[in-house]
Design a protein around this ligand. Sequence first.
Ligand SMILES: Cc1cc2nc3c(=O)[nH]c(=O)nc-3n(C[C@H](O)[C@H](O)[C@H](O)COP(=O)(O)O)c2cc1C
Length: 197
Amino acid sequence: MTRALLLSFSPHGKAAHGFKLGRALLRDLLPQAEVTERDYGGQALPPLTREYADALTTPGGLNGDATAVSEQLIVELEACDLLILCTPVHNFTVPAALKAWIDHVVRIHRSFTVSPQFEKVGLLHDRRTFVLVSSGNARKGHEPDFLTPYLTTVLATIGIRSVDFAYLPAMVRGEAAVNHSLEQAHQQLSAAISTGL
Ligand SMILES: Cc1cc2nc3c(=O)[nH]c(=O)nc-3n(C[C@H](O)[C@H](O)[C@H](O)COP(=O)(O)O)c2cc1C
C-alpha cells in the first residue's frame, strides 16, 4: 500500500488550490493509499533555535531536545513512499514556511553527510516526489525561477531525486485562468501518478 505524505506550505494551508488538487488526485488515483496531511504553511513550523544551530555545527552535538522537531519531520518523511509538496512562489523562490521545513529536514549526519571530497551525500531513500507550484505570474519567461533549481538541489542533497514539478501559473488572474491551470496540472499529474506508482 502506498504511504503518501501531502504537505502544504501555503498561507492558505489546506484551502490552497495546489493542496486541494493533490488531495483530489490521491483520492481518485490511489484510493487505497494511506495519506498523511500536514499544513506547514497556515500553521508554521517553529523557527530554528540557537540550540539547534549549535547542535548542527558542533561535532557530536546532535542529540537531545535541540533536534526533536527536526527528527519528527525526518521520521515523517522517511515513512512515506510518495511525497507531494504543495507550495506557492514567494518572491521568485520558496516561501519562508518551506524554507523552515528544509532547514529542519536537511540535517548533517542524519539526512545527509559530507564526503571526503566535501560533497553532500543524501542519506534518505529516494522516493517518488511531486512538487505542485502555484504562482501569480505565468511561469516561463516572465520572471526568474529560483524555486525549481533550488528545491531540486535541496531534495537531491538528502537523496530524493525522483522529483516531478507541476506548475499552476497565473493563479491571480481570475477564475478562468485558475481553472485552466488546475486542469493542465491535473492532466500532467494524473498521467504521471498513474504510470509511475
Ligand atoms: C509574499 C508573496 C510573494 C509572492 N511572490 C510571487 C512571485 O515572486 N512570483 C509569482 O509569480 N507570484 C508571487 N506571488 C503570488 C503567489 O505565488 C500566488 O498568489 C499563488 O497562487 C499563491 O498560492 P497559494 O494559494 O497556494 O498560497 C506572491 C504572493 C505572496 C503572498
